[in-house]
Design a protein around this ligand. Sequence first.
Ligand code: OXD
Ligand code: MN
Length: 583
Amino acid sequence: MTNNKEVLKWINEITELTKPSEIIWIDGSEEQKKEIYRKALESGDLMELNQEKLPGCYLHRSNPKDTARVEDRTFICLPTKEDVGPTNNWFEPEEAKSRMNKLFNGVYSGRTMYIIPFIMGHPNSEFGKIGFEITDSLYVVASMMIMTRVGKVATDMLKDSIDFVKGLHSVGTLDEKEKYILHFPEEKSIISVNSGYGGNALLGKKCLSLRIASYLAQKENWLAEHMLILGIQAPNGDTKYVAAAFPSACGKTNLAMINPPKEFEGYKTFTIGDDIAWLRIGEDGRLWAVNPEAGFFGVAPGTSHKSNYNMMETISKNTIYTNVLQTEDNTVWWEGMTDTPPEKGTDWKGQPWTPESGEKGAHPNSRFTAPAKQCPCVSPEFDNPNGVPISAIIFGGRRSKGVPLVYEAMNWEHGVFTGASLCSETTAAAEGNMGRLRHDPMAMLPFCGYNMGDYFAHWLKMGDLVENPPKIFHVNWFGKDDDGNFLWPGFSDNFRILDWIMKRCENKAEYTETALGYMPYAKDINIEGTGLDEETFDKCLALDKEALLQSADSYDEFFKDFDRLPQKIKEQISNYRKRVENM
Ligand code: OXD
Ligand code: MN
């Protein structure tokens, strides 16, 4: 499929090391796709679902111990520990390689080695990055065919260039102590072993598009971010785009596919991406963004026609479901999909299940993998290789007290601090330690491929380079009253806040200056139809000095470990405390 000498040399090395019995190049053709699915059905990697109700849909059950990203087994292999900073695990590159040589020795014996050429971003575009993933997993091959642009399109784009990312993966034995997700940013290579889970094994996603890409972005003056991209069209046809970063469990995928509430007749929304944005400076001095992925790899539980109508439509065909409940009529179900659960089914571990069994039918991190183009509100700009111009960057977390629905950063530098100090309360489902504040700068904590202090410096530098930078905002949909009830209805009503943000981007809405930043007047947010009274809505915009001071303490504590924290961020931290103290 390619005569690229550098690619072939690497493939030869890997073949000699791993000793596969067969090698298959993935060409991206429909015929080969059918053959891959046929093999996956035969091997049990995939199970066919009810093709009348869910055409082209399949079920995958993972090993029950292999259901999530493994942050403690994820390493950045740069020369020194300082290079990876206080938030990453470090593995000395040469030591890491020699360990991998042992683990991969003969790992494919008796197995087929698949070589997947793929593009993250658009073919033949400035944004496009070419990767190769070598794997022994049919589930990975089938998933990569949905999540990326695979096959000849990638080798044709590469030609004889040496500019490609090398990805090597094996499901291996799933031995937990020998699980490694390794990144070698200087060599643009990734090695992943003993996990088949998407975030660990689909190497184009978190590994390439965030960890390796963030490292490259710092060198090349662009940004690789954990952000959704959403287009909002006003009744006059003008469309503005926002990019938004949220830690997990904050409704990112739902926001990426939000439908405006009925009071906003004539407004339309368009999805470009739900997880990753690459942002570059355009000729017009603005930031332009693409979604480098071709599919969605979303969390199933909680997804319903009520919470995300567009996603439910997207996943009604050509979708791979992982670790969900299989119903009696061979369709799928998960907690939160319907109010009434099915009477019985087969749970994610393959065991008989009833609602009374007290067990979850679907794993809390069960997933769907679906082509983005199937989304009813996919943007007409989805395939535009130049991306879309970003008017606003939004950071958000889950904060029950003290942090209002929305505020605007006072300038780029303050916006970088707003992102760098992003925090979210952990949910019971995720951590078992409910309400603990977890710092997650720019929602990139697990995904930054180098020292996060340098990453903040890079963000600050981008502010100097971008002539017309987007405005930066912070949102919090999760404020609660003293009885623990959510103050704000959320979901499609979040559009009301996006509306204010869009108006601010045109300098059309007023604001009031607070310790946090610029905030709306209650009168400027349309709450008609939410059922909220003014008093409750005022609480959504209220600041709680005590809670904000606690945040200041937590910033001091979190940032003290950063050896390379830019002076400007240090100043922002102390200015924040001063403003709150003077409230
Ligand atoms: C994801 C994640 O899977 O952020 O997108 O963990
Ligand atoms: Mn993500």
